[in-house]
Design a binder for this molecule. Structure first.
Ligand code: DO4
Ligand code: MG
Length: 285
């Protein structure tokens, strides 16, 4: 089942369930006012299935505005989990190449803070490229949704927007390359009730359009992530609690060729089989 948040015509935030026929089941009459309360249930899928059996309004997706499904969760990210990410980063910087080489094989993964929930961009809103960057790319990533107990309760799509020139200049600039206004998009929903085994069968697609033309397309498979989800989950929750849960981006396996950079006005479209599509225009910030 796909959990979402949306705005009604009076700009009130609702929690809903997205169906494959582009309908949204409005959970407001069932008094479900947040996704987080469902994710905190002992069995979120069972709880949601029971709620969804009651008579609830079914709205057309075209009547509502989807928001990011993130409420108060922090956003963290893992890096260099795909061979493609390791090789791209080793090429972008002589200076940092050995660090990327080592972390790919090390027991401890690269983990970094990505965004506060209030800074996350939802479906259709603009993602940003930094005004002082010359080489900007989207990073299409499967995101794990963990509740406050650190249990993996769902999956969503994340875009870990990155400034490759800044990251490549010096590894210590990573927070500036990764964390800035509009650098993280998440959505369109949180898929619950699926296992890691199922998720590893999914493909991730990235398409970038400029002035009506496709200027990049690429594809990878979740199955190529080097580390298990449990390993990523455990390292994220080591010596750290997340009172509202955490959304963890699992790394990118799609890196455009080195002569490609995003431009303002481009559209980034990320699709993950089983979850849906996250599409955002690009602005310079
Ligand atoms: O250290 C660089 C960031 C790596 C990353 O974000 C990724 O592999 O997705
Ligand atoms: Mg990334």
């Amino acid at each position: 089942m796909k959990l979402c948040r949306f705005l009604d015509s009076q700009n009130r935030v609702h929690t809903g369930v997205l169906s494959d026929d582009d309908k949204v089941l409005d959970l407001a009459p069932a008094e479900v006012s947040s996704i987080t309360t469902l994710l905190e249930a002992a069995d979120p899928l069972k709880r949601l299935a029971a709620i969804a059996r009651s008579p609830l309004p079914r709205l057309d997706l075209s009547e509502v505005r989807l928001l990011s499904p993130v409420e108060r969760q922090e956003i963290w990210a893992v890096g260099v989990t795909y061979l493609r990410s390791k090789s791209a980063r080793m090429e972008e910087s002589d200076f940092s190449a050995s660090a990327y080489d080592r972390v790919y094989d090390a027991e401890r993964p690269e983990l970094f803070f990505k965004a506060l929930p209030e800074k996350v961009i939802g479906p259709g809103d603009s993602v940003g490229i930094r005004g002082d960057a010359t080489w900007s790319v989207p990073e299409p990533e499967l995101a794990l949704v963990l509740n406050s107990r650190g249990t993996l309760v769902g999956f969503t799509i994340g875009n870990d927007m990155s400034s490759r020139d800044i990251e490549g200049e010096n590894l210590l600039y990573l927070p500036q390359a990764k964390v800035y206004d509009r650098s993280c998009a998440i959505g369109p929903c949180i898929l619950i009730g699926r296992t890691e085994e199922e998720a590893r069968q999914w493909a991730i697609h990235l398409r970038i359009r400029r002035a009506g033309e496709e200027v990049f397309s690429g594809k990878t498979s979740v199955g190529q992530i080097k580390r298990s989800f449990d390993e990523l989950r455990q390292f994220t929750c080591r010596s750290q609690t997340f009172p509202h849960g955490v959304v963890l981006l699992t790394g990118t396996g799609i890196v455009p060729a080195d002569d490609f950079t995003l431009e303002a006005g481009d559209t980034v479209r990320i699709t993950i089989d089983g979850i849906g599509t996250l599409e955002n225009p690009v602005v310079r910030v």
